[in-house]
Design a protein around this ligand. Sequence first.
Ligand code: SAM
Ligand code: DTB
Ligand code: SF4
Length: 354
Amino acid sequence: MNIIAPNAIDLDAVRALYELPFPELLFRAQQVHRAHHDPAAVQLCTLQSIKTGRCPEDCKYCPQSSRNATGLQPEPLMDTASIVAAARNAKAGGASRFCMGAAWREVRDGAQFDSVLESVRGVSGLGLEVCCTLGMLREDQAARLKEAGCAVYNHNLDTSREYYPEIITSRTYDDRLDTLAAVRRAGLQVCSGGILGLGESTEDRLKLLAELASLNPQPDSVPINALVPCPGTPLENGAPVDPIDFVRVIATARILMPDTMVRLSAGRTEMSDELQALCFAAGANSIFLGEKLLTTPNPGRSDDFALLDRLGMHPLVPRSATAHDHAHDHAHETAEDGTWAKACSSGSCDHHDH
Ligand code: SAM
Ligand code: DTB
Ligand code: SF4
């Protein structure tokens, strides 16, 4: 299957959006956002590193690459019971999606993959949406993940095709696109995004967005990470991304990929509440919840719930978790005045955490 759209998104069109006056860009992003999503709902995902460190890949940003002397304590593949226990905690803490990450170059058939499949079965049995990010994989492996109950596979393009070789040389951009195509063919949802702050230009960021938006179908979720500069990596002194530029990227992603979940991903510990609020206003509608990403810190759960509360926002209830679809098929729920979730604010809904 060709996953590049026949009418690939034109870079000039992406740039024209990105360069709009800020209020106009935000207005347009909000229009798209509320036509396709509940703008007050945020998907809450929890990450679990199920195999940590000693990765053979040379990703310059990554604390888990064996090429980077980061002092990270490597850990072998977690057993299924421990993973399911972590997932149960994540669910109790409010997450609806559980994402398992392994510091692997690629998935290899054998006992370790069988163990991951067993863990996927266990976690999906808890009623959580399961996402895996295990490196490159083939279609038959993706199909086995799906069969075990995995809904989504994360594999990031990370940056533009042109800038990519500055960051990773141990696998190619086309390797990444091949994995995404295999994931799609197997019927899994595609989660693919990138990192800002790798030393890339604005043009590289726009090319990344054009590349993601040209996937056919477009990714179901797009994580936008801000580099977490890790001591011992070549990017340990990476300059922080300009916050307004960051919001522009989120807004442009929202307009280009209307149905996609845009995830405000790594880097939130360095972001103010105000910046995160602007990102939500620009169309971000997903975050990682919990004190840890894979190996680096993330804002605490209670801080995040306090922020959502302060903003009058609420956790997204996944469709799979709803007994009926009265108020959850949000794409058809926009009221005449353009506001959302009227049915739920009546208090009669027992699915949203009001
Ligand atoms: N090894 C698998 C792979 O690379 O596909 C899965 C795990 S890998 C850690 C997942 C993603 O985390 C990377 O593609 C990258 O976008 C992001 N990431 C890793 N280190 C990061 C950092 N220091 N700051 C921000 N994002 C990071
Ligand atoms: C993604 O785009 N970001 C997440 C998830 N997908 C796997 C990972 C962020 C990792 C940040 C560095 C760390 O904690 O090791
Ligand atoms: Fe390995 Fe993934 Fe880190 Fe690259 S990003 S070094 S593939 S764990």
